[in-house]
Design a binder for this molecule. Structure first.
Ligand code: MD3
Ligand code: FE
Length: 222
């Protein structure tokens, strides 16, 4: 008994067993490796969703093509075109309803939110972002959702990226953190309206995604 305890301590000397949590800023919690055991299952579901609702590089209201390709699942999907940003129940590519949110997605999002102190989270929208090398997402706020008391849960998969997390004003200096495959972040309360972005994806390789990074964001849209 005593011996196995000391072995356990030696194994974790200088590192913590996954998942471990870090506070990025107040009300923004990183659950490192929280989704690691679900990586393959999540990626298989993404492939299934993309078979029905293909990834697209959408247009911003300003007329630029986004470098991040997107698709959605769940009741509501986030879309952008030259008439603006919005949530809608259908894929603009096909006119069909978005694919259903897989149970493994929903359970993961609800579990992460509960872990971070949001026990009643009921996501009705999941945006799936796909980054190729060189893709980026400039500093922005997420403000198209109805209820800002609900958190946003984000799941990173594949090649690591540098995530920038700013303050409530665009000029607030951002803090950077690297998000690697399996990392989950929960943003709520005072952090919910903070500016954030993703730096240009550096060339890299992940055994399950090749040179790609995926990010799932779970939201309560309506
Ligand atoms: C902080 N996606 O889709 S998710 C987005 O990695 C988006 O693809 C990033 O920002 C990505 O809108 C990061 C992290 C995230 C999402 C929503 C937030 C951070 C947030 C809302 C408020 C504050
Ligand atoms: Fe965002």
């Amino acid at each position: 008994m005593k011996k196995s305890l000391s072995i356990t301590l030696d194994l974790f000397a200088g590192e913590r067993p996954a998942p471990w949590t870090e506070t990025l800023v107040d009300d923004a919690l990183v659950l490192r490796h929280f989704a690691l055991e679900k990586e393959e299952e999540l990626l298989a579901e993404i492939a299934g969703i993309a078979g029905k609702a293909p990834f697209r590089n959408m247009q911003t209201p300003g007329g630029h093509t986004m470098s991040v390709a997107m698709t959605c699942c769940g009741m509501w999907g986030w879309v952008t075109d030259t008439s603006g940003y919005r949530y809608q129940s259908t894929d603009p590519g096909s006119g069909q309803p978005w694919p259903a949110m897989p149970e493994v997605f929903r359970d993961l999002a609800i579990g992460a939110a509960a872990e971070a102190g949001y026990p009643g989270f009921e996501p009705d929208a999941c945006l799936i972002n796909r980054y190729q090398p060189g893709a980026k997402m400039g500093l922005h706020q997420d403000r198209d959702e109805k209820d800002f008391s609900q958190p946003i849960v984000s799941v990173s998969l594949g090649v690591p990226a540098t995530f920038q997390f700013g303050g409530a004003r665009r000029r607030d200096r951002p803090v950077n953190t690297t998000l690697t495959s399996g990392d989950v972040v929960v943003w709520g309360r005072s952090a919910r309206r903070n500016y954030h972005g993703v730096l240009r994806l550096k060339p890299g390789q992940h055994p399950l995604t090749g040179d790609l990074r995926y990010n799932l964001t779970f939201r309560r849209a309506r």
